[in-house]
Ligand binder design. Structure first.
Ligand code: CTP
Ligand code: CA
Length: 234
């Protein structure tokens, strides 16, 4: 989809998109990370800019270049991402949480590189503590947040339910307005140029987007967001 064929239906809107995987340091050279490429978040930011929005991309670790025409705020950890998103949420129309935010961080961060000792019985044990849930924080304080809040979820089916069951439950639990549900598996979702999603709405709506480019998925997400936006304040 060329930008020329896109509607300018986000003109005058401020959007914040978070993208990529956070990195939680263990010491100055090591971190706990995840396999998110960040490409879906980058595609969302680029699509919003092409549709006329003022876009802030809060980017954790992302593969490839940032899009043109967006403000980029680089972060490493979930705590930094939380600060960057929260401080901009009140002045925004939409926050899209496409980032893969680490649920846990090492509870201690060594100030010097961790070394092996002679005695293997003294090998370190990593203790984790919980990170703040950024999306839950925005939902809990709606007055200080953007009017439209979009979450992402990557799920697999299991014995307790299908991908869709897990997605519907997560939307209810998270309380956001839209949840972009992604089925993940060995060949799906991560580090591929394509994506297939179902966009679940708070109103019970469900739009399926069959496997396509992350750019087309991004436009489908904005198509779902636009009708939920309050009138533009001139
Ligand atoms: N999220 C967040 N802050 C976190 C973790 C997740 O804002 N600390 C956001 C993600 O960016 C995503 C949504 O919450 O938009 C759902 O993330 P997900 O990891 O699927 O949900 P969790 O509530 O962490 O549940 P799970 O135990 O399945 O990981
Ligand atoms: Ca999680």
């Amino acid at each position: 989809l060329g930008s020329g064929s896109r509607p300018r239906d986000l003109a005058g809107r401020r959007v914040v998109v978070s993208a990529g995987g956070t990195r939680e340091p263990l010491d100055p050279v090591r971190f706990l990370g995840n396999r998110s490429s960040g490409r879906q978040g980058v595609a969302l930011a680029a699509a919003a800019a092409a549709r006329g929005a003022h876009v802030t991309l809060v980017t954790a670790h992302v593969e490839g270049p940032a899009p043109a025409a967006v403000d980029v705020v680089s972060v490493q950890t979930a705590a930094e991402l939380a600060d960057a998103v929260q401080s901009r949420a009140a002045a925004s129309d939409v926050v899209v949480m496409a980032a893969a935010v680490a649920d846990f961080r090492p509870s201690a961060r060594a100030s010097a590189k961790i070394k092996k000792s002679e005695d293997p019985s003294r090998d370190p044990v990593v203790v984790l503590e919980r990170n703040p849930d950024v999306l839950a924080g925005l939902v809990a304080d709606r007055t200080g947040a953007a009017p439209v809040l979009v979450g992402f979820a990557a799920e697999t089916g299991d014995e307790t339910g299908s991908v869709l069951d897990h997605g519907r439950a997560k939307l209810a639990r998270k309380g956001c307005d839209l949840l972009v549900l992604n089925e993940v598996g060995e060949t799906k979702g991560f580090a591929t140029p394509t994506n297939a999603v179902t966009i679940l709405g708070r109103d019970g709506s469900e739009r399926e987007v069959a496997e396509t480019s992350k750019d087309v998925v991004a436009d489908a997400v904005w198509d779902a967001v636009v009708p939920m936006l309050p009138p533009v304040v001139p």
